[in-house]
Design a protein. Structure first.
Length: 471
């Protein structure tokens, strides 16, 4: 009897809600659809009718997500073609809105910006983009709102337009290939299945355009706060794109992912949203999924005039290169390793890798894993990777004695790991114990002469030998 009641209630919902939509009672239809989605999760109809209600209310991005969820729930449903058509209709509307906005920004079509933060795409930039994109097999399309390209073009390290444009394309490829390498190394548990990747804060596709090449078997979804960027990526790069939110509590995605990649996003978030965004992105992961992200760690303090980092471990300066965003919501952020480890713990993710100042030679790299539903959470602080991150941070802050104690304990606990003697060498050198530091570095090289930090260890050995042989 209860099953019959459920079936009758579901049938009544499916029969009644489309009428509410046709009658314009969209708020009532949305309320009924949301209740139905909660009562009958994973069913096509509640998700599809929620999409119709949201579309009628003009909430296009949310409607797009619901239609996609409906198709994911049942791609063979009789109304699936209607969902596909609705998605195309909404994407076309987004594209038209972006193009209309672009026409307002550039009414003459000459690449001259008409909005704050936009810049002129000259014929030279277009020509050079075609040249360098052709070598890499990607689209040459660039957008006047691409703040990354604008930043590179104005940077003193690139005195010519050719060098700047070449760097834009080649660095995007390097980042995509680095991500592929990290997934290959830390995502072995994902097996041979197609990896579902969310590139968060994708901008106008500096890295996005290279992901289908670097990760040929992945399903790539981009996500950005700018509607024009979302439309640009869909139209010019051919990658599905989602519109983000300024409030992490309002952010949601139509599905979960195996990997979330956030390059240099957390180097711009203020304290009030930093941890919430990390939690939101970890929540987007399927069990066992990876989050790969970079931060501006303590090694980057000199870029901001060496500010004093508060006891909380996070420092924020309002305002940045994205001039169209609220300066209080987007700026320059420095975080300590301890702060990041604590937020990973809060978000329920376990550290798998920490590398200090290795991305662009200045940003810290973190790879963390969301445990499976049945797995106990070990906590980042208890892992070897957590220890490496913590000791590195202690050394950055001049706490050499504490770093030496932990690294010596690590040498005993993990006698075959490169990092333990390497960090002990750093601590001993900082404590002005060069002979012992040299021994520690040599031990590290004996364990792994091909480690990414092996070159640093050899350089330190050379420096210490010069110091020991001096007058």
């Amino acid at each position: 009897m209860p099953e019959q009641t459920e079936s009758a209630d579901f049938a009544e919902f499916v029969a009644r809600t489309p009428s509410l939509i046709e009658e314009g009672a969209l708020d009532d239809a949305l309320e009924a659809s949301n209740a139905a989605a909660a009562r009958w999760p994973g069913q096509f109809w509640p998700l599809f009718l929620t999409g119709r209600s949201l579309e009628g209310l003009g909430r296009r991005a949310e409607a797009l997500s619901r239609y996609r969820e409906a198709l994911e729930a049942n791609p063979s449903h009789p109304e699936a073609p209607a969902a596909h058509f609705a998605i195309k209709r909404l994407l076309a509307a987004e594209t038209e809105a972006a193009e209309n906005s672009t026409r307002k920004l550039d009414p003459d079509g000459d690449g001259t910006p008409r909005a704050k933060g936009h810049f002129q795409i000259s014929d030279e930039i277009r020509r050079l983009s075609r040249r360098h994109a052709r070598k890499l097999g990607v689209t040459p399309a660039v957008h006047p709102g691409d703040f990354i390209l604008k930043f590179i073009l104005s940077h003193r390290n690139f005195p010519t337009t050719d060098r700047a444009v070449r760097y834009y394309f080649t660095d995007g490829r390097r980042s995509a290939e680095r991500l592929a390498e990290l997934i290959g190394r830390h995502g072995t548990h994902l097996g041979d299945r197609t990896v579902r990747l969310l590139e968060f804060a994708s901008g106008y596709g500096c890295v996005t355009r290279h992901l289908p090449t670097a990760l040929a078997d992945a399903e790539v979804v981009a996500c950005d706060i700018h509607p024009q960027a979302v439309a640009f990526i869909e139209r010019n790069i051919g990658v599905t794109a989602l519109l983000s939110r300024s409030d992490p509590d309002e952010f949601e995605t139509p599905s979960r992912y195996d990997v979330v990649f956030a390059l240099s996003f957390f180097s711009h978030m203020p304290e009030r949203t930093w941890s919430r965004w990390l939690t939101a992105l970890v929540d987007c992961l399927d069990d066992g999924g990876l989050i790969v992200f970079t931060t501006q760690g303590l090694a980057g303090r000199e870029l901001f005039g060496n500010p004093e980092i508060p006891p909380s471990g996070i420092w924020f300066k309002p305002g940045g290169e994205q001039e169209d965003l609220d300066a209080e919501e987007y700026g320059g952020t420095i975080v300590s390793t301890e702060y990041v480890l604590a937020q990973l713990e809060r978000a329920g993710a376990e550290l798998a890798l920490y590398e200090r100042a290795t991305w662009w030679g200045m940003q810290d790299l973190y790879v963390a894993r969301k445990p499976g539903a049945e797995e106990p959470r070990r906590g980042s602080e208890s892992t070897f990777e957590g220890l490496v991150a913590r000791v590195s941070s202690q050394l950055d802050q001049g706490q050499a004695e504490a770093a030496l104690r932990e690294s010596e304990a690590a040498r005993r606990r993990w006698p075959n790991r490169f990092w333990a003697p390497y960090l002990a060498g750093r601590a001993l050198a900082a404590l002005d114990r060069p002979a012992e530091a040299r021994i520690a570095y040599r031990e590290a090289l004996e364990l792994d002469g091909d480690h990414p930090k092996a070159a640093d260890a050899r350089s330190e050995i050379g420096r210490l030998e010069d110091e020991l042989s001096g007058p």
